[in-house]
Design a protein around this ligand. Structure first.
Ligand SMILES: [Zn+2]
Length: 174
C-alpha cells in the first residue's frame, strides 16, 4: 500500500493512489527542484478497514476514495487482477480570444495600444478563425485525468497493445 507519487492539480503536490488523498511534499526546496519528494504518509488495510499512519493528507473530492466497501472490493480485485484506473482526455482550453490577448498586453504598460489596435484587420479576424479551428483538434494542450471510478484490467491493456502493434507491423511490412 501507499503508492504515493507526484501529481498535478491538487492542494498538495503528492497523491496517494491507494487511498485517494493529496499528501504534502516534505522534501526541501532544493530537492523538490530536482524532482525528488518525501512524505510521512503510510496507509494500509487491516481487517477490511483503511488505516493511516502519520500524514493524513486531504481526501480528493469526488474521487471514490476508500470507504470500507471500496477497500474490500479493491482487496478482492487485487487478488484476481492487475488493473489501472481509466484516464479520460479533458480539454484544458476551449476558447482563446485574441482580443483578450491584446487587451492583457495593454494592461502590461501599452495603454494606448488597445485604442490604436485595429481589431477589424482582416488578418486579425482570420487569426481568431484559425484559433477556433485549431482548438477543435486533439491538442497537446489536452490533459489526461484519472477516473478512479473505472478500473481497466492490465491484461486487456496488454492485449490491446499487442493488437495495435500487429496492425502497425502489417501496415509497414508491405
Ligand atoms: Zn494512502
Amino acid at each position: 500500500m501507499s503508492d504515493v507519487r507526484l501529481r498535478d492539480g491538487g492542494p498538495y503536490s503528492l497523491y496517494c493512489y491507494d487511498c485517494g488523498r493529496w499528501i504534502p511534499n516534505t522534501a526541501n526546496a532544493e530537492m523538490q527542484k530536482e524532482g525528488a519528494y518525501a512524505h510521512g504518509h503510510y496507509c494500509f488495510v487491516a481487517s477490511g478497514e483503511l488505516k493511516i499512519v502519520g500524514e493524513k493528507g486531504i481526501k480528493e473530492e469526488g474521487c471514490q476514495g476508500m470507504d470500507n466497501l471500496t477497500i474490500n472490493w479493491r482487496e478482492e480485485v487485487k487478488k484476481l487482477f492487475a488493473y489501472l484506473w481509466r484516464v479520460k482526455k479533458e480539454k484544458q482550453f476551449t476558447s482563446i480570444n485574441p482580443t483578450d490577448v491584446v487587451n492583457n498586453m495593454c494592461e502590461d504598460g501599452y495603454e494606448d495600444m488597445s485604442e490604436n489596435f485595429d481589431y477589424k484587420d482582416k488578418d486579425f479576424i482570420k487569426a481568431q478563425e484559425l484559433l477556433n479551428a485549431w482548438l477543435k483538434h486533439d491538442s497537446v494542450l489536452d490533459m489526461y485525468e484519472e477516473d478512479c471510478k473505472v478500473a481497466v484490467l492490465l491484461d486487456d491493456v496488454i492485449e490491446a497493445a499487442k493488437r495495435a502493434r500487429q496492425n502497425i507491423e502489417k501496415r509497414y511490412s508491405k
